[in-house]
Design a protein around this ligand. Structure first.
Ligand code: NAD
Length: 259
């Protein structure tokens, strides 16, 4: 299916690896010019080169911390009028809420709520003026079903979700959709880190914890970044223009609810 977005410009955050990279790859595969952002220049440039080689796409790499005003200014200078924005940054650390300070909460809210809101604020009016835009926020299944050791994520991402629910209804008549993509458990470095924390707290080997977790998922496996990217690209497609304000869960059937 031709997604109708060839030649559009996308800003994809947190994209040197993992889910952000999956989104950048899928968009590049559709002929989108992508600007990818991550903090480490070397890893990011290697990813950019790989995407150029595999998809023949135009890829611009911007090494910066997207959670800072300076980082966002650099990213937006490289991609000043994006048609597509994928917001993403590292998730907050796991732990017990009794140990989190106000600064820990501010860091989580900054990275996983205010950074996407700032990126939306900087780009959404231009998109509406041009009559087309797609914003996809990478959030988490923790928005629908909280994860006990990820209280910082449960809280901060729910704030973003509430904000998006309101704004998404105000932009769609001007061709701009805003949706959230909620990963369940995907095979990335982030997953290994959170599983590592679960292994440490339970005193079990990492392999055993990962295997047990895998078996709890109805799909009996973790998701891949390619699968995640493909759904992101669809949300960015022309065909998805009537879909806005949605929380799209990608979790191999793990969420147990009917709705
Ligand atoms: P990952 O650690 O594999 O990759 C994160 C990417 O973001 C890397 O490219 C990293 O360099 C970049 N990044 C991190 N902080 C950044 C910053 N401040 N500025 C710019 N770039 C930054 O993680 P992932 O598994 O791809 O997860 C992406 C997001 O999805 C995270 O917020 C994570 O918490 C969330 N999530 C992941 C899973 C999962 O199973 N993998 C599940 C639920 C939620």
């Amino acid at each position: 299916m031709d997604l109708g977005i060839r030649g559009k410009r996308a800003l994809v955050c947190g994209a040197s690896k993992g889910l952000g990279r999956g989104c950048a790859e899928a968009l590049a595969g559709e002929g989108v010019h992508v600007t990818i952002v991550a903090r480490t220049a070397e890893a990011l440039e290697a990813t950019a080169e790989d995407i150029r080689r595999r998809h023949g796409a135009t890829v611009t790499a911007v090494a910066c911390d997207i959670t800072t005003p300076e980082g966002r200014a650099l990213a937006l200078a490289a991609c000043p009028q994006p048609d597509i924005v994928v917001t993403n940054a590292g998730g907050p650390p796991p732990g017990d809420f009794r140990n989190w300070t106000r600064d820990d909460w501010i860091a989580a809210v900054d990275a996983n709520m205010l950074t996407p809101i700032e990126l939306i604020k900087a780009t959404v009016d231009g998109m509406m003026d041009r009559g087309f835009g797609r914003i996809v926020n990478i959030t988490s299944s923790s928005v629908k079903a909280p994860i006990d050791i990820l209280g910082l994520s449960n809280g901060a991402r729910s704030g973003l979700t509430g904000f998006v629910a309101g704004l998404a209804r105000k932009t769609v008549a001007r061709g701009v959709t805003i949706n959230n993509l909620l990963p369940g458990q995907f095979d990335t470095d982030r997953l290994k880190k959170t599983m590592g924390a679960a292994a440490t707290s339970s005193g079990k080997p990492l392999d055993e914890v990962m295997d047990a977790r895998r078996k709890q998922i109805p799909a009996q496996r973790f998701g891949t970044a390619e699968e995640f990217g493909a759904v992101c690209a669809f949300l960015c497609s022309m065909q998805a223009g009537y879909m806005t304000g949605q929380n799209v869960l990608l979790d191999g059937g793990n969420y147990p609810g009917t709705y």
